[in-house]
Design a protein around this ligand. Structure first.
Ligand SMILES: NC(=O)c1ccc[n+]([C@@H]2O[C@H](COP(=O)([O-])OP(=O)(O)OC[C@H]3O[C@@H](n4cnc5c(N)ncnc54)[C@H](O)[C@@H]3O)[C@@H](O)[C@H]2O)c1
Length: 453
């Protein structure tokens, strides 16, 4: 090519690249302020506040109350089964009507509520969310989205059918880190990905224990409503509040509690859906029928899917830890929670739990990352409350961690690890049929029985 042609071709290429970048920016701007046509039922005009009810206002629920309020929602109802645990939120907003039973709240105030934010223990996520969605309410629901795989699938269908805005409370999904990691991997920065390692110091609550002796529940707690759809049993201290996480009947153990945060970036970047094999090594303990183990290593084998090749995912909790990546240096130590994604050219390490700080090794890879254009929309300030409310006002797209596109599938993937832990054998998962093909007995953990209460 002669010099003149070279200059002509280069100028044409850079014009084309400029036009493509401008088109992408215009597309992103339009997408950033448009409602998603799939989730456009019961949108709230911008000249009125979104009327929001919070179910479960103690514990993590206090952040829901403050987060939605500060993001501009009008708090119109609180529901909690334990007046003591709810006391701080009640004191902060003394005029907001209070309920103990979410069904009564929806029956009495249904036409005055646009959206629910649900922050109860895991076993009650689905019953509350499905009722709300079927009544046309927008739903923000804590992680893990559900207690079983069957519930994930049912919520996904219901949200699409109702056309409402949904979001799971894995707040890190609104951070830039998750998006950067997906862009880097899609651009081939790490080459072919072979392994993911994710770890947590949880459980920081009792697991691998039998239930304590029964006693009378505290006066402030409605134990029947707290149990909800779970099998009825006498009250036992050490379950309520918070520690229910370790009991299969109410929670999803250390894995279920943390994986929707710690594995979020890897799931988002690598599309960890579909058929897979899952096995688990657990600290042996006879109480496992009742609680999750004190520690576990769970190993997933994912076959090739879309643009990525086959890969292995390792999850470690309790005292189980991953090998320290040699790229970090000879004396390096790893923190309490984190995730490594290993490819043929290097690794990404995030040790923030919420994908705030993904780092590239070897550090030379950082030179190339500057060349990778932004292709995924960012959430201003990483504010997931606003992201939810903007979508309900129709001035923003569907939240990134909406049930249909992301949250239900991410949570389902984490439930498979717990099925392998509880089955005590490796499982071969058929995603289309939702069965463990090699172990029909393990398929029983895909769903559960529901008590009428
Ligand atoms: N996203 C995060 O960073 C984060 C952090 C902590 C907890 N969580 C999630 O939040 C949820 C709650 O966890 P927690 O530690 O706050 O639990 P918790 O035991 O403190 O319960 C939360 C509140 O819900 C109330 N509650 C329980 N059952 C209820 C029911 N049926 N109806 C109405 N209220 C009910 C409790 O009384 C309490 O006030 C869980 O799903 C957990 O995984 C998320």
């Amino acid at each position: 090519m002669n010099r003149r042609n070279f200059i002509k071709t280069t100028a044409a290429a850079s014009l084309a690249a400029g036009a493509a970048a401008r088109a992408l920016a215009a597309q992103q701007q339009a997408a950033a302020s448009s409602p998603d046509p799939r989730f456009a039922s019961n949108l709230v005009p911008t000249d009125r506040k979104i009327r929001l009810a919070v179910v479960g206002v103690g514990g993590r629920g206090q952040s829901h109350v403050k987060g939605h309020f500060e993001a501009g929602a009008e708090l119109v109802a609180f529901c909690d089964v334990d007046a003591a645990r709810a006391a701080e939120s009640f004191a902060l907003f003394p005029k907001v009507p209070r309920f103990r039973d979410y069904r009564q709240m929806l029956d009495q105030m249904g036409d005055k509520i646009d959206a629910l934010s649900i922050c109860t223990p895991d076993h009650m996520h689905y019953p509350i969310a499905i009722l709300a969605i079927n009544r046309g309410k927008h739903v923000y629901l804590e992680k893990p989205l559900t207690h079983t795989v069957a519930e994930c699938r049912a919520l996904k269908k219901a949200a699409l059918r109702a056309g409402v805005v949904t979001q799971m409370g894995n707040q890190g999904h609104a951070n830039n880190g998750c998006r950067l990691v997906k862009e880097w991997i899609a651009a081939g920065l790490l080459g072919k990905i072979s392994e993911v390692h994710a770890f947590t110091n949880r459980p920081i609550w009792p697991q691998g224990l039998a239930l304590k002796k029964s006693e009378k529940p505290p006066e402030t707690l409605d134990w029947n409503l707290w149990q909800g759809v779970a099998d009825e049993r006498e009250f036992s201290p050490g379950i309520v509040p918070f520690n229910w996480r370790g009991y299969w009947e109410y929670g999803c153990g250390a894995f279920g509690d943390m994986a929707c945060h710690i594995l979020d970036g890897a799931f988002f970047a690598l599309d960890l859906r579909g058929n897979c094999k899952v096995s688990a090594k657990v600290d042996a303990d006879p109480s496992y029928a009742v609680t999750a183990p004190k520690g576990s290593t769970v190993i997933y084998d994912f076959p090739a899917r879309g643009d990525r090749g086959p890969l292995k995912l390792y999850w470690y909790d309790g005292s189980h830890r991953p090998p320290v990546p040699p790229e970090l240096g000879p004396d390096a130590k790893i923190g309490r929670n984190g995730c490594f994604i290993r490819g043929e050219k290097g690794i990404i390490i995030d040790q923030s739990t919420y994908w705030n700080e993904p780092r590239l090794y070897p550090v030379e890879l950082n030179k190339r990352r500057a060349e990778i254009p932004q292709s995924i929309r960012r959430i201003p300030g990483g504010n997931q409350w606003r992201e939810f409310l903007d979508a309900i006002h129709g001035v923003g797209p569907a939240p990134g961690s909406n049930f249909v596109d992301h949250a239900a599938d991410l949570t389902e993937m984490t439930h498979l690890g717990n099925i392998a832990i509880r089955a005590g054998r490796a499982i071969e998962w058929d995603a289309e049929k939702a069965v463990c093909v090699n172990d029909p007995a393990a398929t029983r953990f895909v769903t559960k029985a529901y008590r009428k209460f």
